[in-house]
Design a protein. Structure first.
Length: 583
């Protein structure tokens, strides 16, 4: 199933084992349905050919009953296969999602994708899509392939009984139709997928350049050139899509033509056998070949589906726990010593870094140091680069120029994600209890640690007011919570993680100013935090304030130092004071 990755396949075994019975019944039902279809065609052919010779009706009664029984069996077995197979596949998908996410939690990758350019919401979307691909592979690859193998074996055995040459002829065409053409289809699908993916990526990049840089491109007179590039990318994508469709159609035509030639070849060989004289066996052989080759021709689509699903199957397999891993999630306990995050601390240095999205620079020549114990506030207008700086520190975006290091060691995205974690855009609330959602950050946390994180996020009082407290269900995406309640739940989760440096992007969005100021003051007072905020009043608790504008740091210092000199911070503080006085 995975070629040279048997260890990846082995990781599916614990999840598949409870469903092997249902999957086996579905496979048997599918095989029996195909065999019934083949037997139906062969029996009907014998019945028609024999009836043309006008025998006694008694000689045909058994065949008539068999045709009716096989017709009913084919429909009933096909329904049983779909019912049993889809039930097992859907249950397996549900358990796969839970198992994969549980392993991500155990490995400390919740809220951190395995790709530094992927956000949490993108990771969740890919997780769901990959598990659905496993379901497709099961229903549209494994089960049909098993049925095709058995039906082909039955048809070849029937041909062999008629005459060994007939069986060998059918076997040869089955190999071409069921192995050679599907292998060609898989290879062509890989090539077409690479070309279409490259064309889609180019078009997406061109469109993003136009959307994000419209004003700058218009001012520089380059907009027409960029629009032409986007048009060429769109034309290329359409051309690659047409080529893919033509290639698929040609493969289908080849499979159909091969099956047709195979039927004629089997009939011609059968007519030349000694048993053909005055017998209906050539017609039976031809129609059995038609049934089996028609099923084998469907493997062209099966191979293309396998090619599309295989990368997702491997990603899911890598995310599943290994066979010797204990994946149990500990409950919230009392009386245990505080848990250790196991991540080294150190000073995070951002040195002359620049980040660019398309033609636009989001950060330019940014240099800052974040030592252990520091509490740093990042402020600035929307689009000034606050969120991009936090994402750079977390390893979510790489610098185009400059470097990020921890102490004297250059930091990779993987090391940064262990050093800096927190609350960023796209954090997800799952269907489940409040407690389960919070414990995703650190499943081994003690009860008092969970409650302390909730207290710091001003979330504990809300939880205590719920009818079921921590066991209250919040719904997918936190739909039963208000925006502020959802934000405080996510903040509680971020605080419970206890990374060396907590990174928070507007953690109090949606809260009233008084509560927002309380939370920001609490966070800054504890240290080891970098947060972007639009509230300036509580910044007196910060050891350093960074003021950003147009992707650069234009001021830095304590709140008192910055308020005492003319500049952007004093201007922002004055406007906030006026608004507060007016309110």
């Amino acid at each position: 199933m995975f070629g040279d990755t048997p260890a990846a396949l082995a990781r599916y075994l614990p999840v598949l084992r409870p469903h092997l019975g249902s999957l086996t019944r579905a496979a048997l039902a599918g095989v029996c349905a195909q065999v019934a279809a083949t037997a139906l065609i062969a029996t009907a052919a014998w019945l028609l050919a024999t009836a043309a010779q006008r025998p006694n009706i008694e000689a045909l009664m058994l065949a008539i009953v068999a045709v009716r029984g096989l017709a009913l069996a084919r429909g009933g077995l096909r329904y049983l296969e779909r019912l049993t197979g889809h039930d097992a596949a859907l249950r397996l998908s549900s358990e796969l999602r839970a198992s994969v996410f549980g392993e991500l939690v155990r490995a400390g990758r919740v809220g951190k994708p395995d790709d530094a350019s992927t956000r949490d919401a993108d990771l969740m979307g890919r997780l769901v899509a990959d598990v659905e691909a496993v379901q497709d592979a099961l229903l549209r690859v494994v089960l049909p392939a098993l049925a095709t193998v058995v039906v082909g074996a039955v048809a070849v055995a029937l041909g062999w009984v008629i005459d060994p040459v007939v069986g060998l002829t059918l076997l040869g065409f089955l190999v071409v139709t069921g192995l050679v053409l599907p292998a060609s289809a898989a290879s062509a699908e890989r090539r077409m997928t690479r070309r279409v993916t490259a064309a889609e990526a180019e078009l997406g990049s061109r469109a993003l350049d136009l959307m994000r840089g419209t004003d700058d491109l218009a001012a520089s007179g380059a907009r027409a050139d960029y629009e032409e590039r986007a048009l060429r990318a769109s034309t290329r994508l359409a051309r690659e899509g047409r080529r893919a469709a033509v290639g698929a159609a040609l493969l289908h035509a080849a499979a159909t033509a091969t099956a047709g030639v195979g039927v004629l070849a089997v009939l011609w060989v059968a007519l030349g056998t000694p048993a053909a004289s005055g017998s209906v066996l050539p017609a039976v052989a031809a129609l059995a070949a038609l049934a089996s080759l028609d099923v084998a021709a469907g493997l062209v689509d099966t191979a293309r589906t396998w090619t599309r699903c295989r990368p997702a199957l491997l990603r899911v397999a890598r995310s599943l726990p290994s066979l010797d891993t204990d994946v149990s999630v500990p409950a919230v306990t009392e009386g245990a010593p505080p848990t250790d995050t196991g991540v080294e601390t150190g000073t995070l240095h951002v040195q002359a870094c620049g980040v660019r999205f398309g033609p636009l620079w989001a950060l330019r020549d940014v240099t800052a140091a974040f030592p252990p114990g520091a509490s740093v506030a990042v402020i600035g207008a929307s689009g000034s680069g606050k969120s991009t700086l936090l994402r750079l520190m977390s390893g979510d975006v790489p610098p185009v120029v400059g470097r990020v290091r921890v102490d004297d060691v250059p930091a990779s995205a993987r090391r940064l994600e262990g050093h800096c974690r927190g609350l960023v855009d796209g954090a997800h609330v799952f269907r489940g209890s409040v407690r389960a959602n919070v414990l995703l950050a650190r499943p081994s946390a003690r009860r008092d640690e969970v409650e302390d994180a909730a207290r710091r996020a001003r979330f504990l009082g809300f939880v205590d007011s719920l009818p079921d407290g921590w066991e209250t269900e919040v719904g997918e995406g936190g739909r039963s919570l208000s925006g502020g309640e959802r934000r405080r739940l996510l903040l509680t989760r971020a605080l419970l993680a206890r990374p060396p440096l907590l990174v928070l992007d507007e953690p109090t969005t949606g809260l009233d100013p008084r509560l927002s100021d309380e939370i920001v003051a609490e966070l800054l007072g504890r240290g080891d935090v970098v947060l972007a905020t639009h509230r300036l009043a509580p910044l007196r608790h910060a050891t350093q304030v960074l003021v950003m504008d147009a992707g650069t740091i234009v001021q830095r210092g304590t709140a008192a130092e910055l308020a005492a000199v003319p500049g952007p911070f004093a201007d922002l503080l004055g406007r906030e004071t006026l608004v507060s006085d007016a309110g």
